[in-house]
Each structure stands twice: as structure tokens, then as C-alpha cells.
Design a protein around this ligand. Structure first.
Ligand code: GLN
Length: 412
């Protein structure tokens, strides 16, 4: 029963957010029995060796709280893997904090680093927890738009958003939802601005192992960046086990201490047996990561070529497991209207990227699809999309009053 007390409701910091788009679209996908290209979660299982390691850890009695900063074997494995891929070494016990997914690490950073009113530079479109985390910490988000259709960082726009209150810049590459990897010019712009304005940089690199033609390079290799950057990682992305929620932050000592100070009260520690297994995961041979990338690349090619032939043009993603397609040919007023119509009448669930923007109209023509899906799911989705398009072209679905807009902010 609803409480009669009006002050029992959600506070003003969180009220504008409503329910996340992932909860909403997943529920609609289930309701309409849709081929689900929405939430970025694989619909296949992670590797057997990893599941076995977690089961063994549970059987071995690893059932109590882990060390607050992360199990020693895991922080060591994170440091070793990071050094192998980047050439940069960190001290595992001092510089690494294991969290309940990168989502918690983002919140820990904001809670620990921001004074009320401090400003954080965000580049939209962004993973939706960024804005909510800044708000929960009492910070103020300053938004720089990556303009369609190229979604590149514009240095002038970035500089224009900076004020004396700007303290943190949060960047993400490989990028959700565009699939882009920032190029040399964009990296140079980030470095120039961060150094000039003495910003703390949170570099969300959770898709670090998901790159295709061009290798991902961490931002900390750039001049002046190591001492100001917190790198975020996530086991779930690199091992197709998003529900394990084992993430981490890698940072120089003072910044790592800040993350720890948030983490110790946000969750204290991530699940112990999953940390044990995660340590095994990160010591996997190169062949694991090569096969992993080759499999995702094949899924990407299948998805993108299919989307293009269904009237949904999209750039080839350079990294991550997302593609951003343009649905303008279908004539909807906005992305939320398109996605709601598509799931109900086309049987395919996708994400309206307006959920990743404050300037929602910038996303009107775009739709995000996740290709971390079985071939079978991708084939079904593409067949349905082709059919949906044919019904549009025949006029069967055109002129339907379902093309109306409904503002997003579903109740939680
Ligand atoms: N980051 C994932 C995505 O973009 C979803 C994570 C979540 O559901 N919170 O699809």
C-alpha cells in the first residue's frame, strides 16, 4: 500500500532519473517476447574455467568478506594484466581497489572526490549511471555533446564547459553507446585540457579488451596523465559475465585512497568467491583474449551488415559491443517512440540513446543495439527487422498513431 507520508518518496537528487532505461526495456522485451538487443548483457554464458573456479571457491569455503581493497590475488592479477597490456606498473595493495562492478567505482569516485557544487565534465552520450552518480554526490554535471554523426570530442566545446569549479573529467573509450575509440587528436585534446586545468580524470575503460581493427590504449600512457587518472575496469565485460559485478579502480596512491574511502562504506567488498575466480580469469593466456575478440568481431560484422541492409545505417564500431544506428528512414518523432514501437510491433528490443543524453533531442534519430548476443538471437532480430521494414514500406505500419512521443522518466 502507498505510504500516506509524502516525505517517504525519493529525494530531489534522484527524482529526475526515474527507472533506468535498462529496467524498462528489459521488461518490455520480456512482455513482447522480443529478440533482446537492449541491455548490454550477453545472452550466452561466460567461460567454463571461470565458472569452475567460482564453484571451487565456494566449495573451498571462501564465503566470508574479502579484504576491503580486494583479495590480494585479485589486485595482483589486475596489476599484472594492466602492466602486460599497457606497460605501466602499479602497486597492487596500494593502487588498486576492487568494487561491485565499475558502477560502484564510478559512484565511489564521485562520493569521495566532490565537494558539494564541484563540477564534473561529462561527454554525452554517456552510460547513464554517470549523471546519477554526480547527482548523488552533490556535484554538478557540465555536459559536452559528442555531435552526431561522428561523435568526436570537440576541444573548443570542452574548454567552453570548464569553470573554476571543474574538478573532474570522466571519459569513456571504447565508448558506450557509440562503439568509438577516441583517436590521437581526441586523446591529445583530453590531455591538454586535463593538464592545463589540473583536472582529475576518470577513464572508464571497461571495454578495454573489446577492440577490433585498432588496439585500445589506456589514457595513462599519455604525458601528465598517470598522476591524475583513475582507470576503471570490469570483469563482466571481458569475460561475458556481467552479473558477477566485479570491477576495479587503478589509480596513483592519493586517488586510490580516495576511492577506497568511498568504497569501504558503499559496499566494503565485492563477493569473495567471484573475486577468487576473477583472479584466475585475468591470468588467462593471450589465446583467450584473441578468441574472445574474434568472436565479438564476427558478431559485430553480422549485426552491422544486417542493420545496414534493414534501412538502419550505422558506423562500424571500433570497440565495445554496441552499435549506434540511424532510424530516420522510419519517420518517428524520437528514439523512445521508435524503440517502444519496435519492441511492440517488430519484436526487437533496443535502447533509445536519449537515456544517455541530457539534451535528449540530440538522440532523436538514433537507436543503440547490443551485439553481445548469440548468432541465433542476431539472426532472429535481423529477420524481424527486415520484416518490420517491409511492413513500413508497404504502408501497413505507417501513419500509426503509435508514433507519438512520451517523455522518458518511468516511475521506479
Ligand atoms: N552498461 C550496460 C549497458 O549499457 C547496462 C548496465 C546496467 O544495466 N546498469 O547496456
Amino acid at each position: 500500500m502507498d505510504s500516506p507520508h509524502s516525505h517517504y518518496g525519493v529525494n530531489s537528487r534522484l527524482k529526475p532519473f526515474g527507472a533506468t532505461i535498462f529496467a524498462e526495456m528489459t521488461a518490455l522485451a520480456v512482455k513482447h517476447n522480443a529478440a533482446n538487443l537492449g541491455q548490454g548483457a550477453p545472452d550466452f554464458d561466460g567461460p567454463e574455467f571461470l565458472k569452475e573456479a567460482a564453484i571451487k571457491a565456494i566449495r573451498d569455503g571462501r564465503g566470508q568478506y574479502a579484504r576491503m581493497t580486494g583479495l590480494p590475488e585479485l589486485t595482483k592479477a589486475i596489476a599484472t594484466r594492466f602492466e602486460k597490456t599497457s606497460g605501466i606498473s602499479y602497486e597492487p595493495d596500494r593502487d588498486i581497489v576492487v568494487t561491485c562492478g565499475a558502477t560502484e567505482a564510478i559512484l565511489d569516485c564521485m562520493l569521495a572526490l566532490l565537494e558539494p557544487g564541484d563540477e564534473v565534465l561529462l561527454f554525452e552520450p554517456f552510460y547513464d549511471s554517470y549523471l546519477a552518480s554526480v547527482a548523488m554526490a552533490g556535484g554538478i554535471a557540465k555536459i559536452v555533446t559528442l555531435e552526431a554523426p561522428h561523435f568526436r570530442i570537440d576541444e573548443a566545446a570542452m574548454r567552453a564547459a570548464i569553470t573554476p569549479k571543474t574538478r573532474v573529467m570522466l571519459v569513456n573509450s571504447p565508448h558506450n553507446p557509440t562503439g568509438r575509440i577516441f583517436d590521437d587528436a581526441e586523446r591529445a585534446a583530453i590531455v591538454r585540457v586535463a593538464n592545463e586545468f589540473d583536472l582529475i580524470v576518470i577513464s572508464d575503460e571497461v571495454y578495454e579488451e573489446l577492440f577490433y581493427e585498432v588496439k585500445h590504449r589506456t589514457l595513462v600512457t599519455e604525458p601528465g596523465m598517470r598522476e591524475r587518472t583513475i582507470v576503471l575496469g570490469s570483469l563482466g565485460k571481458s569475460f561475458s559475465l556481467t552479473g558477477w559485478k566485479v570491477g576495479w579502480a587503478i589509480a596513483p596512491p592519493t586517488l586510490a585512497a580516495a576511492v577506497r574511502s568511498g568504497h569501504q562504506f558503499a559496499s566494503f567488498c565485492a563477493a569473495t568467491p567471484l573475486q577468487v575466480a576473477a583472479a584466475t580469469a585475468l591470468t588467462a593466456p593471450d589465446s583467450y583474449f584473441e578468441t574472445f575478440r574474434a568472436e565479438y568481431r564476427a558478431r559485430r560484422d553480422l549485426m552491422v551488415n544486417g542493420l545496414r541492409s534493414c534501412g538502419l545505417p550505422c558506423a562500424m564500431p571500433e570497440g565495445s559491443y554496441f552499435a549506434l544506428a540511424n532510424h530516420a528512414a522510419f519517420g518517428f518523432t524520437d528514439d523512445f517512440a521508435f524503440c517502444r514501437h519496435l519492441v511492440e510491433h517488430g519484436g526487437v528490443a533496443a535502447i533509445p540513446p536519449g537515456a544517455f543524453y541530457t539534451n535528449k533531442s540530440k538522440a532523436n534519430e538514433w537507436v543503440r543495439v547490443a551485439f553481445c548476443k548469440k548468432d541465433e538471437t542476431i539472426h532472429t532480430a535481423l529477420e524481424r527487422l527486415a520484416n518490420y521494414r517491409a511492413r513500413f514500406e508497404s504502408g501497413e505500419l505507417r501513419g500509426n498513431k503509435l508514433l507519438e512521443t512520451k517523455p522518458h522518466a518511468a516511475p521506479i
